[in-house]
Design a binder for this molecule. Structure first.
Ligand code: ZN
Length: 269
């Protein structure tokens, strides 16, 4: 049983681990050799993303009702795209609505994020969970105009602007999550529930996604996989619900926790 959090204090980044008896400084490499150091106080907010991933893989259209609300067919194979590392942010930090690039369709997506704990390649679904360090909450923030209309048929542009990948508030190690495909997952915008589902409704479950993504592809330790979002996104609603500066978005997943971010306008020069 362990949880890992990262935060900034007085200009330094701290990593903390809670083995059930309070937070201690984590010394060394979470994915290699580490020790627990002295006790440390951890702020509730803001928190940095709990890991610094080398890559952020994402799966689109992985819940049936979401594929339908996007007007897209249920996929026969997982739909994979990548979010830029620079899009990463943490709990309590703002989602910046792009001013320079511009968007009028800023949207939220609650997603279970997998964190790979051991480098792997060509893993079978039967063994896939052996390579998982743990799980956290993700918001796959999306500018739908860039994703669909202006992105040249590619998802990544509309999902990679700075601050478009909030992760957190902490990494919950996999021994605390008996079944990653049996977790309630929801989004609240300004306190109103807009997505409410279960990770049991994924078309391709967590082991299947790891088998798929690791085929002929190295997944380094620390890799993050966003597993898709259920229905209820802003673009699927009538009328659509777009995020705007002043809003607050909360992603909550089972016992993992709640990831909250305010929305602000990107400040430009
Ligand atoms: Zn997504």
């Amino acid at each position: 049983m362990a949880r890992v959090a990262r935060f900034e204090r007085d200009g330094s980044v701290h990593t903390a681990i809670n083995l059930g008896e309070g937070w201690c400084e984590l010394q060394g490499d979470l994915f290699g050799d580490y020790r627990t150091g002295p006790a440390i106080t951890v702020p509730d907010s803001p928190r940095l993303a709990p890991v610094e991933p080398p890559v952020i893989f994402c799966i689109g259209l992985n819940y049936r009702a979401h594929a339908a609300e996007m007007g897209l067919a249920e996929p026969e194979h997982p739909v994979m795209f990548i979010k830029a590392i620079e899009s990463l942010t943490g709990h309590g930090y703002p989602i910046e609505s792009p001013t320079q690039a511009g968007t009028e369709k800023l949207d939220y997506e609650c997603e279970l994020a997998i964190v790979i704990g051991k480098q792997c390649k060509n893993v079978s679904a039967a063994n896939a969970l052996d390579y998982v360090a743990g799980y956290t909450c993700a918001n796959d923030v999306s500018a739908r105009d860039w994703q669909i209309d202006w992105g040249g048929g590619q998802f990544s542009r509309g999902k990679s602007f700075d601050s478009f990948c909030p992760l957190g508030p902490e990494l919950v190690m996999s021994d605390e999550i008996a079944d990653p495909n049996n977790l309630r997952i929801s989004t609240r915008v300004n306190g109103e529930t807009v997505q409410d589902s279960s990770t049991a409704d994924m078309i391709f479950n967590v082991p299947t996604l790891i088998e798929f993504l690791s085929a002929s592809t190295t997944l380094p330790a620390g890799s993050v996989i966003l597993t898709g979002t259920p229905s209820g996104v802003g673009t699927g609603r009538t009328p659509p619900l777009w995020l705007k500066p002043g809003d607050s978005v909360t992603i909550e997943i089972g016992s993992i926790g709640s990831l909250t971010n305010p929305v602000v306008a990107e400040a430009v020069g």
